[in-house]
Structure formats: C-alpha cells, structure tokens
Design a protein around this ligand. Structure first.
Ligand SMILES: *Cc1c(COP(=O)(O)O)cnc(C)c1O
Length: 356
C-alpha cells in the first residue's frame, strides 16, 4: 500500500473541558485526505492539518449531491487505552453507500489503516468521561468542476474527528415522536439504504414541522402505502411487544444501522425472541390498546439507545411505559456503553484497539 504522507500542525491544540464538548463543532488537529481521479484510482493518501480545502464553485457535489458519509466512535478506557467500536462494520457500509451513489469503491483495508494511523496521532483528543467519545466522520465528495449531471471523474475522501460530549447529560429522557404522514424519507429503489446527504435534506421539512408541533423526532412510514414503520430521524427503531423484540426488516429504504445490528445480536445471544419483519403503525397502536406494547426505543451511534415515551399519529397519541425508560432499553444501553467504555468485558469482539 502507498505510504500515507504526514504533515503535522506546528502547534497541537488540546481537548476542551468536558462541558464545552457539544456535538460536532470542535475538530482535532489533523485529518486524513485522499483523492480519486479516473484512470489513476484512489491516490495521494495523506494526513494533514485540519483546514479548509481548495474547491471549485462548480464542483459536482455542490450541485447534484454526489456524496456519502459515515459516523462512528472511538473511546478511552479507564486504563488509558483507546478503542474503536466495530470499525469494519462502518467502513464496509461506507463502501455499500459508495456503490449506490456511483462513487468508486475504496480499499477498506487501506481506509482502516489510514483511520488507525490518524487516531494514533490524535489520541490525546479522545475524551474519557462517561458518555464522551471521539466522533469519526469519514466522507467522500465529488469535486470535479462540471455543471453537467453525470458520475464525477474526481473525488476527495476525508476523515475528520470531533470530540463529543455525553448525549445524555441528566440521564435518559424519553422522546416524544410524531409519526409522519405528510412527508416521506425514502422509497425502495431510492437512496434510503445509503448514508448520503440527500436523505438528510429530505428530512428537514418534516423535522421542522415536528419541532414546531412540540415533538422531538419524526417516525417515518414507508413511502408507498404509508402504513409500515421504517425508522426514526437518524436512528433505527425497535419495539418490545409481549416479550418479543420487533424491528422493521432491511427492505431497501431503511439505513442498516450498526447499533441496530448490535442490539439484535445481543437480544439473540440473550435468548430473546427477535423478529425483523414488516410492522405497521396500526399493529403498534393495537398492541398498545391490548396492553402488550412494553417498550419502544431508537438505536444509533450518537445516542446508542433512545427511549420513546410517546407516539402521535394522525392526532392520536399513545404513551409508552408511562413515559419512563423501559428496563430493557436501559439494559441494552448499559451493556453497549459498558463495553465501549471498557467497563464490561468485550466478549463479542466489538472493540478494536488503537495502538502506537
Ligand atoms: C446513521 C443512521 C442510523 C443509525 O446507524 P448506526 O450505524 O447505528 O449509527 C439509522 N438511520 C439513519 C437514517 C442513519 O443515518
């Protein structure tokens, strides 16, 4: 593999105190960059100071959105060692997103090496207090200057790093969710399976309406029949009904979350009944009416587990578990964050150590 060129900053920065860590506003000293040019492939891998980069006003991504991204996390354990949660899962998904957006495939081993080299250099930026982490944002943009709609012939891949504070500062707070019946997020055959900016642009109007109506998040239904549950904002969704864990199957319009996968693996390993299948919003409301809807929660890298306290659909509102965090959601959260922080043994081999 080509050597990764290294240009260091003249003066390194330092990790701010915990209460100044929000989400995604502070960046570490360095970033990884690599270029793609048709005929040459991916080339010029380098770690350079985090900085603005030269770009053309006509570059394709600005006009037609040819771009993908990922989001994963690194942690510091109490013994001052450093770890990444399931990096290959995220990097493989990055390549699957690339495929849908006609972005050239990347060599996962090469990106993995680059990521761990960057992280080894930036170790001091990984916070260690409970709930904090270093958020890792790999992304690719089409940077060819051209106003025609076409698959670009040049791209830039970046990995930038941002220390983030605890998502839950004062403990869990179950969220109130609007079941969206006007807008849709994605449809089968579209881009829903990919982490690509268009999906988030698509979600803004619904999110804004939901906020204005006093809700914290939007629950998306399928784009065709508007019956079947898909996912929440930037999280997958799971239901516990009569002891069984149910989540929508990955049908082509849902983002296959790594946290979702982790939760399902855990549930199976704990001997619970698990179903990945179509589930309609009506079924959820009926289960509630029968007293069988025990818990509802979202899963995603940012929050890990996010309990849902209320669901509102076409003016009907149901309250789940008295608007309290369920026992099971709490157990999953404690287990996954316990492994991530090094407090619980990593028996499933989710964590990869940053060495050097
Ligand atoms: C990132 C994301 C998720 C959660 O995926 P994780 O891999 O668990 O972080 C779910 N839905 C959408 C739309 C997302 O963008």
């Amino acid at each position: 593999m080509t050597e990764i060129a290294l240009t260091k900053v003249e003066k390194v920065g330092s990790l701010p105190i915990d209460k100044e860590l929000g989400f995604g506003k502070i960046f570490t000293d360095h970033m990884f960059v690599m270029d793609y040019t048709t005929g040459k492939g991916w080339h010029s891998p380098r770690i350079v100071p985090y900085a603005d980069f030269p770009s053309s006003p006509s570059m394709i991504v600005l006009h037609y959105g040819q771009a993908i991204f990922e989001g994963m996390k690194a942690f510091r354990s109490n013994d001052n060692r450093f770890w990444v949660f399931r990096p290959y899962e995220f990097l493989n998904r990055f390549n699957r997103s690339a495929k849908l957006l006609c972005i050239p495939q990347m060599d996962v081993e090469q990106i993995h090496t680059a990521l761990f080299q960057l992280l080894a250099l930036e170790k001091n930026w990984i916070p260690g207090k409970p709930g904090t982490s270093l958020y890792i944002r790999p992304f690719v943009v089409a940077d060819e200057p051209h106003l025609g709609v076409k698959v670009a012939d040049s791209y830039k891949l970046f990995i930038i790093l941002s220390p983030v504070g605890a998502y839950y500062k004062t403990g869990f707070n179950p969220v109130s969710i609007k079941v969206e019946d006007k807008y849709v997020r994605a449809i089968k055959g579209g881009l829903g399976e990919a982490k690509t900016p268009a999906n988030y642009a698509m979600s803004l109007a619904a999110q804004q309406d939901a906020y204005a109506e006093g809700f914290g998040q939007v629950l998306w239904l399928d784009g065709v029949s508007r019956k079947y549950i898909e996912e929440v904002g930037t999280m997958n969704i799971l239901f516990k009904i009569n002891g069984e864990v149910i989540t929508p199957e990955l049908n082509g319009s849902i983002l296959g979350g790594i946290t979702r996968k982790t939760v399902l693996e855990l549930c199976r390993s704990w001997g619970m009944k698990v179903s990945e299948r179509q589930i309609s919003i009506e079924e959820v409301f009926e289960a509630h009416a029968k007293g069988e809807l025990e818990e509802v929660f979202g899963s995603g890298t940012a929050a890990v587990i996010s309990p849902v306290g209320e669901l509102s659909w076409k003016g009907q509102k149901i309250t789940i578990n008295n608007n309290q965090t369920g026992e099971f959601a709490q157990k999953l959260f404690d287990f996954i964050t316990g492994v991530q922080s090094g407090q619980i043994e990593d028996q499933y081999h989710w964590m990869e150590e940053i060495k050097g």
